[in-house]
Design a binder for this molecule. Structure first.
Ligand code: SF4
Length: 223
């Protein structure tokens, strides 16, 4: 796991716990989180431990970002299933397209199928720096798709079309600044310059890492 954010309103509908996983094989040009591409680093956590932290946060649900969640789908499917069993929702970001995921499932990737089965709202597609999305919340580029995998979020697609994007800025008592959500680099830099120098920026739509030696094979979903 690269980052754990107990509660945020900038990474999906409602108040959510966000987990950025470490490791991404997709490597989109212009990615805001290239520090999350490597599968080395981050905090090693078991699926059971991570699920407990998410549930203890007491939010509406879990958002998985990256890094690439489907590059370690088996472990994250276990986390997501526990969260869902407790009545919370799961939103998963992926840089893979829906077609790539479908082909992976057809080819027998049970780990991919399991993470899809434990996800309510999927946001699919690679980040395209030449197609910045300045209208919809949460996503970085216009090619990225919102896919409702069940009826957990009725009306969400209409809501998305009316909702502005947002970022969330947290300043702790020591003056440390953390940012999450989505903003273009220039706007983000201007904002951070206005709030001071002691900044730790966790920019991002997908930041993160993941973990495990457990069931993590880091197997690419492929093309
Ligand atoms: S935008 Fe997401 S899918 Fe693309 S390289 Fe970055 S972490 Fe990977």
């Amino acid at each position: 796991m690269a980052r754990f954010l107990r509660a945020t309103r900038a990474e999906g509908p409602g108040e959510r716990t966000a987990v950025w996983v470490q490791g991404c094989q997709i490597r989109c040009p212009g990615c805001f989180n290239p520090h999350l591409w490597s599968f080395r680093g981050g905090e090693r956590v078991t699926p059971a431990h991570l699920a407990r932290r998410v549930l203890d946060a007491g939010t509406d649900g879990l958002t998985l970002l990256g890094g690439e969640p489907f590059d370690q789908a088996a472990a994250l499917a276990a986390v997501a299933a526990e969260v869902r069993d407790a009545g919370r929702s799961v939103m998963t970001f992926t840089g893979y397209t829906t077609g790539q995921l479908a082909r992976a499932v057809d080819s027998g990737r049970d780990d991919v199928a399991a993470l899809l089965a434990a996800t309510d709202l999927l946001v699919a597609g690679p980040f395209r720096a030449d197609r910045l999305d300045r209208n919809r919340p949460w996503v970085g580029s216009t090619n990225q798709e919102f896919v409702l995998l069940n009826d957990r979020f009725p009306g969400l697609l209409d809501e998305v079309s009316r909702s502005p994007d947002r970022i969330e800025v947290t300043v702790d008592p020591a003056g440390r600044v953390e940012v999450n959500g989505w903003a273009e680099v220039d706007a983000l830099d201007a904002l951070l310059a206005s709030v001071g120098r002691q900044q730790h920026v966790a920019r991002a739509r997908r930041a993160p890492r993941a973990p495990q030696d457990y069931s993590v094979s880091h197997e690419s979903v492929g093309s």
